[in-house]
Structure formats: structure tokens, C-alpha cells
Design a protein around this ligand. Structure first.
Ligand SMILES: [Zn+2]
Length: 420
């Protein structure tokens, strides 16, 4: 396979606080084969292509650790009522847009993405690598139970609700049923499992404060995951829901905005991950379904405190946006990363979205659909690379305007955008 050399680039390797000196980075096939000091006299060798970096920054492709590829841009009502094939076509369009923002990998946290992932992997359409959770696994009345009141009670002879049929949610009560739906998602190719451990904002029926699933039910999901070498992530905001999940063996806490000191210490002690989102009540707030405004306002009161506690305690923090229901918000994916400078230095924020999130992805173990080193510019790493017009360590805001500032986007050694 031909080589591509990025000549004269300043490298952000995905960690640390400084750019490397001017370098030449060669990609051979799908991986980075060498990183050498820039040699102005060197000619592109052996018929390989070269990209003139002109001193611009080469960094790893971005990773969003909390994404919903199936529901990024459609409204909640469309998500519930539209033809599922329409939903997936829109998701495909959004997947391409995600990649063109420089996000070469997403960790999906629930929704029907197995077909989308397969199509992207086969080159049917451009999009990011998707680590799929499959259906959101929820108890009756839980954060993933989007049935309407007139769907209740469940009629045993009529089978599944629409959200279950399309693979958006799996409603299961009792340890045995949880075990079954978890195994179904693993059978379909889930790289990890998503269970709902506490109240949510966008779901109409569950108050924010409630704890969902029993410890026994959660442990059932954890056993199913661990038997397949992978892990469970849970949606949880409150101390009670997080603590119960940790006792059950959950490895990744999603959100956690209403934490307290004791709970953060427990996350740290368990060595679990905490995937936080920079949710604020500002112009970047996600659209909230009617009736959920109060829950949203309550949740975002915890954001500053959550990041403070995350910084003060030695917790493995990941970054993810959880963009839902808005193409306008999805377009701000890079801005939501730049926003992290409220709590982190630009270099720290960029490390979160590259090498740190990549470390979290390794939790999938043998169920990792993309083995190899992601989130780093180093020899042997998968060549997911961005050429940035400027220095994102000095101005992370460059990533908020990817159309203008990402000059080259490469995924797995293939150039998907070249305006070098
Ligand atoms: Zn989510």
C-alpha cells in the first residue's frame, strides 16, 4: 500500500502539554510507520504521496466518548414516530458530518447503530468508527422507556413496543430478563452494554431523583458483559444510583452531574471511568422535550461541582458530548470540546478527547471492534489524523470551526478531506 508523508508538521501526540518540533510523519497503509525530525531536503520517496504541512499541527482524530449516532439530529418526536429507515438515513448523513468535524471515533451510548457501523466499516458511506452499545437497556418506567402512557399496560400477546422493535431500547425487568436482553445486544455485536441506572432528563416518565434497576439486575448485566470480556456503562446522575452501579461492578459512569464527595471517592476507588459532559444552561443546551425543562435545570446546577470534584479527586474522567435531537448542536461538537477550557487547559482537554478517551475504549477488551492504538500520533498507531491550520494548544477554538481549520482529515490511512 502507498505511503503518505505529512511533511513539516508540529505534532500534538495526544498527550503532554507541548507540540513536538517540526516533524515528518509517514503513514504506511492504515498505521503510522515513522515520525522523524523534519528534513527540508528530503524528497517524497518511493512513489509515496506527501502533504506539505507548512508548520501546521498534526494531531490525532478526535474521540467523542458519549454519542448517539442514531439520534444526533432528529427531534424526540421523530425519533419515536418516524419510519425507522428514515431515521437511519439521517443518521448516515450525520455520521459523515461527524467525521468531517474531525471526530474519527465515537463511543455510542444507545440506539440502533449496528447497521450504520457496518456500512461505515465497509466504506458504503464516510463516518467515524462506532463503538456500539446497541439498544439502551432499561427497566419499565426507566430512562430508556419512551413508551406512551397509552402503550400501558404491556399486552403480553402483542409483543414488543416500537422502540424495542427498532433496537432503540430494550425494556427488561428482573435479573433473568436483563441477562437475556444483554446477551441479545452482545450477539448483535455490542462492544459494551448501556444500562439505565437512574432518572433522566429527556424521558417523560421518570423523575430525576429515582434509582433504576436493583443491584441484582445491574449485576446481571455486568455478568453478561464480563462473560464476553467487556463492560457495562450506566446512565446515572445521583449519588445513590452511581453507588449502586459501582457495587454491581459497572465500569463506566455516564453523566454523574449530581455527585457528592463520597460518591466521587467511590468512583476513584473502584477504578471506574466517569464520562462527564459540559452541560450548562446556555446557548449550547440540548433541546429538552416539553415537560422536562425542570429536570434539565436541576441537572445542570451540578455541572460546575461535578468538574470541580472530578479535578480534586483522582478519577479517570472521559469527555463526551451526548449530543441529541439537534443538528445545530451536533455542528457544535468541536465547540463543546473547546468549552472544556472552563475546567481544563487546552492540552488537557485535547488529551481527554484523544488518548484518554482511547484508553477508555480499551475496556471493551476482546469485543473492541477496532484493535490497535487510537488517539495518539506515534509509530504503530492507527492513522486517524487531523491537520489543523494553527496551534490548537494555543487556541482550542480552532476545533469549533472544523470546515475552516481542519485542512486534512485522515481515517485509517485514508484521506477523507484534503484542503492542504
Ligand atoms: Zn446519552
Amino acid at each position: 500500500m502507498a505511503t503518505v508523508t505529512f511533511r513539516n508538521v508540529r505534532v500534538f501526540p495526544g498527550h503532554g502539554s507541548a507540540l513536538l518540533p517540526a516533524s515528518d510523519v509517514t503513514v504506511d497503509g492504515t498505521t503510522i510507520s515513522s515520525i522523524a525530525d523534519h528534513d527540508p531536503a528530503a524528497a517524497p520517496g518511493d512513489g509515496g504521496a506527501s502533504i506539505d504541512g507548512r508548520g501546521r499541527t498534526l494531531m490525532p482524530g478526535l474521540i467523542d466518548a458519549h454519542w448517539h449516532a442514531a439520534f444526533t439530529s432528529i427531534s424526540p418526536l421523530v425519533a419515536l414516530l418516524a419510519d425507522p429507515y428514515y431515521i437511519i438515513l439521517v443518521a448516515g448523513q450525520q455520521a459523515t458530518a461527524t467525521l468531517m468535524r474531525g471526530f474519527t471515533t465515537v463511543r455510542d451510548c444507545g440506539g440502533p447503530t449496528f447497521g450504520l457501523k457496518k456500512a461505515i466499516d465497509e466504506g458504503v458511506l464516510p463516518g467515524p468508527r462506532i463503538y456500539p452499545a446497541g439498544a439502551m437497556i432499561t427497566q419499565t418506567s426507566g430512562h430508556g422507556d419512551f413508551r406512551f402512557p397509552n402503550d400501558l399496560p404491556r399486552d403480553p400477546c402483542c409483543g414488543l413496543a416500537h422502540i424495542e422493535k427498532v433496537g432503540a431500547a430494550a425494556i427488561a425487568d428482573g435479573a433473568d430478563n436483563v441477562l437475556r436482553v444483554c446477551r441479545e445486544q452482545l450477539m448483535l455485536g455490542a462492544s459494551h452494554l448501556k444500562l439505565m441506572a437512574g432518572g433522566g432528563v429527556s424521558s417523560p416518565a421518570d423523575p430525576l431523583d429515582v434509582t433504576q434497576y436493583t443491584e441484582r439486575e445491574l449485576r446481571s448485566g455486568v455478568e453478561a458483559a464480563e462473560n464476553w470480556g467487556t463492560y457495562v456503562m450506566v446512565h446515572a446522575y445521583t449519588p445513590r444510583s452511581i453507588q449502586q452501579a459501582l457495587r454491581a461492578g459497572v465500569r463506566s459512569i455516564e453523566h454523574g452531574h449530581l455527585v457528592d464527595q463520597e460518591t466521587v471517592e467511590m468512583i476513584a476507588e473502584a477504578g471506574a471511568w466517569w464520562c462527564l459532559q459540559p452541560f450548562l444552561d446556555d446557548e449550547d443546551a440540548a433541546p429538552v422535550p416539553p415537560g422536562s425543562e425542570g429536570k434539565f435545570r436541576e441537572m445542570v446546577t451540578g455541572t460546575e461541582n461535578a468538574y470541580r470534584l472530578a479535578r480534586e479527586n483522582d478519577v479517570k474522567v472521559a469527555w463526551g458530548t451526548d449530543v441529541l435531537f439537534s443538528g445545530d448542536l451536533a455542528a457544535k461538537q468541536g465547540k463543546l470540546l473547546a468549552k472544556m477550557t472552563r475546567w481544563y487547559s487546552p492540552a488537557e482537554a485535547l488529551s481527554l478527547a484523544t488518548s484518554v478517551n482511547a484508553e477508555l475504549l480499551q475496556l471493551s477488551g476482546p469485543r473492541n471492534p477496532y484493535p490497535g492504538v487510537l488517539g495518539r500520533v506515534e509509530e504503530g498507531a492507527i492513522a486517524d489524523l487531523l491537520l489543523v491550520d494553527g496551534d490548537p494548544l494555543a487556541d482550542i477554538g480552532l476545533l469549533a470551526d472544523p470546515a475552516a481549520n481542519l485542512k486534512v482529515i485522515m481515517k485509517g490511512g485514508t484521506v477523507v478531506k484534503d484542503e492542504s
